[in-house]
Design a protein around this ligand. Structure first.
Ligand code: GZL
Length: 335
């Protein structure tokens, strides 16, 4: 009896296996080494990838949250090589130290797509999809120059809470904004990293309020979560911010909560960094799979946000910039 049932089971398995194998073969395997979970922006970036690279869309996504740890991120990439995934996506915590592991990916024949932040010391990847961080910094600076002129503010004394040191987002935003500050002769009092977190922003701003009491009228936070923390610190120190107050507060990312703070008259202007790169990454993967040429760089579309009175005309590299008025509808549609 037992022999017969075993024959039947074996026959059924043999019949099912090709379909299961075909089903398994149809899934494209992707390894994604994400920076971490430090901000609203990051949450949106992760969700964008998980929504696009889902099983129902034909993907098998191995996701690793590298918790802002560069070594863990390299380890994650090497684990994807061992798994022999079809593609690897990396959002590099910092811009350097990548050539060795990218060479290993190349030797394994696994295409790498870089998203968001850039890798500055190797080009061994198929494509990068992200933002021009220096343009974001230039836009924030040139907006501030035009806004200050409109407000009749002649002296700008600036404190910056920067992002994770060595990340291309921090490097680009600092480079762009500081280039404008130098052009107009502003006083850059200090720049310390808040590591793109709310706690980091609050800690740095608490120190600033003590060290530079009454000396500053501009605070630049390199993402909204740092701005949330900085606002808590300024509230506690009795420093007012936003249009018509002690401090012009500038932020980057323009996540939903950030735009709510613009509409509430807290953040004076917010310079968007678009986290929804996954659909563009999928286009790259489809082209690679079809053996088609891919663009090495794909730039995300971004907007600059403010309230009516803070919308001014300005240029970046000679190109007129359009500002977006923050309304309830704009907030509703944001990431
Ligand atoms: C920028 C991205 C930055 C965001 C932060 O593209 O890498 O990292 O500005 C996030 O919110 O932490």
């Amino acid at each position: 009896m037992r022999k017969i049932s075993k024959i039947i089971v074996t026959a059924m398995a043999a019949a099912l296996l090709p379909a299961m194998a075909a089903q398994a073969e149809e899934l494209i395997s992707i390894g994604f080494a994400q920076v971490g979970h430090e901000s609203d922006w990051r949450t949106a970036s992760t969700k964008s990838c998980q929504d696009v690279f889902s099983e129902e869309n034909g993907y098998d996504l191995s996701f690793v949250d590298c918790d802002n740890d560069e070594a863990a991120q390299k380890e994650a990439v090497r684990s994807f090589i061992e798994q022999d995934v079809d593609y690897i996506i990396i959002d590099p915590i910092i811009a350097t130290g990548w050539d060795t592991v990218l060479t290993e990916c190349e030797d394994a024949g696994i295409p790498v797509i870089v998203i968001d932040r850039t890798i500055d010391d190797s080009d061994k990847y198929a494509a990068w999809v992200g933002s021009n961080f220096k343009t974001e910094g230039l836009a924030a600076g040139e907006w501030l120059a035009a806004y200050a002129e409109k407000q009749g503010i002649e002296e700008l004394n600036v404190l910056t809470i920067s992002g994770s040191t060595g990340s291309s987002a921090q490097i680009g935003r600092s480079e762009g904004f500081n280039e404008v500050a130098e052009k107009y002769g502003w006083n850059l009092i200090d720049e310390q990293t808040g590591d793109f977190t709310e706690a980091g922003g609050q800690e740095v701003m608490e120190n600033y309020c003590k060290s530079y009491e009454g000396q500053f009228n501009v605070v630049v936070c390199q993402n909204d979560n740092e701005a949330f923390g900085a606002m808590t610190a300024m509230d506690n120190a009795g420093v007012t911010y936003g249009p018509g107050n002690d401090v012009i507060l500038i932020s980057y990312d323009a996540c939903t909560a950030g735009l709510e703070d613009v509409k509430a008259g807290k953040i004076t202007a917010d310079f968007e960094c678009n986290p929804l790169a996954a659909p563009f990454v999928e286009e790259v993967i489809k082209k690679l799979a079809a053996g088609e040429e891919v663009e090495k760089e794909v730039y995300m579309v971004e907007h600059w946000y403010a309230l009516e009175d803070q919308i001014v005309e300005f240029e970046v590299d000679g190109e007129a910039q359009e500002m977006t008025l923050v309304t309830d509808e704009v907030i509703e549609a944001q990431y």
